[in-house]
Design a protein around this ligand. Structure first.
Ligand SMILES: [Zn+2]
Length: 108
């Protein structure tokens, strides 16, 4: 059973219906969903000063999360590596949060 939750674009306030059309970015510490086209538009406005240039939900972000997970495991083999290991898990945790909050409700 699929849970229902609608995701709305922060720019045009219309519903985002497909995962491929979703771009999640951040302004300072706030996580914000956009349509892909609205994100492109937002990057050309004055919002671009605070808006992250790299989407947090793309394949690149997933790849970086994977690398950070490996780094977290490797760091455990060093003295006091658990501190670095925890820091390395921040980005994968953020990626997981984005999937849980936005992506899982959208169709592929
Ligand atoms: Zn939009």
């Amino acid at each position: 059973m699929k849970k229902e939750r609608k995701i709305y674009c922060d720019d045009c306030l219309k519903e985002i219906e497909f995962r491929g059309d979703l771009v999640v970015s951040r302004i300072l510490f706030e996580i914000i969903p956009y349509h892909a086209s609205c994100y492109g538009k937002a990057l050309t406005t004055k919002k671009t000063i605070l808006l992250s240039n790299e989407p947090l939900n793309g394949p690149f972000a997933t790849f970086i999360s994977f690398l950070f997970c490996i780094a977290a495991i490797v760091a455990l083999f060093f003295d006091n590596g658990w501190i670095i290991s925890i820091l390395c898990l921040v980005f994968p945790a953020l990626r997981l949060y984005i999937w849980k909050r936005f992506e899982r409700y959208l169709e592929v």
